[in-house]
Write a protein that binds this ligand. Sequence first.
Ligand SMILES: [Zn+2]
Length: 162
Amino acid sequence: MGRGMAPRHRELTLAPRRVYVSPMTTSCIFCRIVGGEIPAEVVAREPDVVAFLDVQPLADGHVLVVPRAHVAAVEDLEPAAAAALFEAVLHLAGPVREALGAAGTTIGINNGAATGQTIPHVHVHIVPRWPDDGAGSIHTIFPRKTRRPLGEVGAAIRQLVG
Ligand SMILES: [Zn+2]
């Protein structure tokens, strides 16, 4: 019984220590993959971007494309980093689809904790899709609870876009 308890005790004491002692960039799992500290099935390694297979894939060939820089939200990316990220997505979408014999890909970003982004380091999902795979489109994740007229919403956004 004593042996059985040991691993559990170690887990409980290590987790908080990691949070308090390490800076964000070293506790971030994606930063550690980018830095080669944690092994991953890397499919592309570029100067500003790394792409690897999601360890909990939604479908075979589920790829995550991440900027090397630790940035939590898309809107906080430097323009050059954003360009490099999307260029990598462009570069990978075809090969990911073809390698898996898929009919298409769903490409998406959960941007912010409220959206289900569990790791605060920007990552683009590329998920291969087939006509009979049982998954929906991006539209199917929303209950469509809209209340405001398009004109009013458009004006509010335009005012901030400048
Ligand atoms: Zn990170």
